[in-house]
Write a protein that binds this ligand. Sequence first.
Ligand code: ATP
Ligand code: MG
Length: 465
Amino acid sequence: MPGTLLVVDDEQANLDSLERVFTREGYRVLLAAKGETALTLLRDEPVDVVLTDLMMPGMSGQELLRAVKAVAPEAETVLMTAYGTVEAAVSAMKDGAYDFLTKPLKRHAVLKSVAQALEKRRLVQENRQLRARLAGGTTSIVGQSPALRSTLDLIAQAAPSSATVLLLGESGTGKELFARAVHDHSGRAQAPFVPINCAAIPETILESELFGYERGAFTGAVQRKEGRFERANGGTLFLDEVGELTLPMQVKLLRVLQEGEIERLGGTGAIKVDCRVVAATNQDLTARVREGKFREDLFYRLNVIQVVLPPLRDREGDVPLLADHFVARFAAKNGKPMRGLTAAAQQALAAYTWPGNVRELENAIERAVVLSRNPEIDLSDLPEQVRAGGPNLRAGAPGGLAGQAMQALIEGRTLTVPLGTTLDEIELRVILETLRHANEDKNLAAQLLKISVRTIYRKLNREKE
Ligand SMILES: Nc1ncnc2c1ncn2[C@@H]1O[C@H](COP(=O)(O)OP(=O)(O)OP(=O)(O)O)[C@@H](O)[C@H]1O
Ligand SMILES: [Mg+2]
């Protein structure tokens, strides 16, 4: 059945003929001779499309339209109007009518208009369902702000296709979370989601990680290894921190994306791979293209659907929702029953600008849950910078930190190192300490230390060796 149609007209002959036309097409048809009856029907029955006359005694079509928007906002409305009342119909369109038809009606025109209204209704509904699933799924994306909602809408639309998605946004805004959401809501959800952090893996290893190698390809290649592209076959490959790729690696990646096939190191033939690529970076890629640090052709190949994640400070009303979400999560994790936050703590969270975005909030709440001696998190359980209202780190300095703000972050914190400590050791301690103050945000720490993110990863990895 295509859907349920409610026809409203004060002339019985019109009702009869429209009923016949639409019943024959398989519609379920409801009839009302006046607006008031139509509204009663709308309250009791699910209606997809309302087809109403404009000029009727009592409630006019336009008044009915406004009432429909209030009682059944999901229903689409198509207006029928006689010549000479077209102006009223146009103003009704501004009130949200889907279409208007002039009388005398032509059968094919009215069928077409109603079918299109129905299609729109279906798309809106589908979109909403997807959004609800996105919001409630395992990935659990929390937030209600208009900025987050429009991002979710975009993700919901993009997810089912195989189009490459480029996620842009500051550190901690949820790029990885959204990358997983794209995968989870695509037809590839049952196949693997394979992330690779392009900054964390040393360049020399990155190539073999991505493409794999054959036995004997280099010293130490004792057996054949599948690359991440192959592992992601049928699924999604998540290229995190893609802005950190070196130019030679960019060339290799571009070739694979263009040809849809890879070659293992030391291999002799090309292997077809079918993976959807989602890439993320907190770098300004357009600027890097301009500076010659990122290939323009690769940028365009990745930038098919661009999704910019809003920073937390632009997501009005989301801080309390996220805070509650994290309190519940960390209370459960730590086996500590928590009621929530005191009014003072809530105010402090709302006033702070969250340069480290959701991750910083998450860390602050985890720490507070652990520290708190009461079932309610109080001001004193929150990190110093949050209590103090915090330095407005990113204000006026998009894409980079103002020197003054950097100072604010490290001000008053010192590191005492005994004489005789090796330089390597000092370097490592400074990096670890900076990371701690930057809420483990590697990008922020890199900016503070004036080194690259890649260098931070390298030094940290050396520690593990
Ligand atoms: N809307 C959200 N709802 C719930 N949790 C969120 C939301 N956004 C982010 N998070 C959580 O915040 C943390 C940081 O998110 P994520 O790692 O996806 O950020 P990112 O943008 O990849 O950061 P970076 O650029 O530093 O890598 C994660 O623990 C994630 O689960
Ligand atoms: Mg990330």
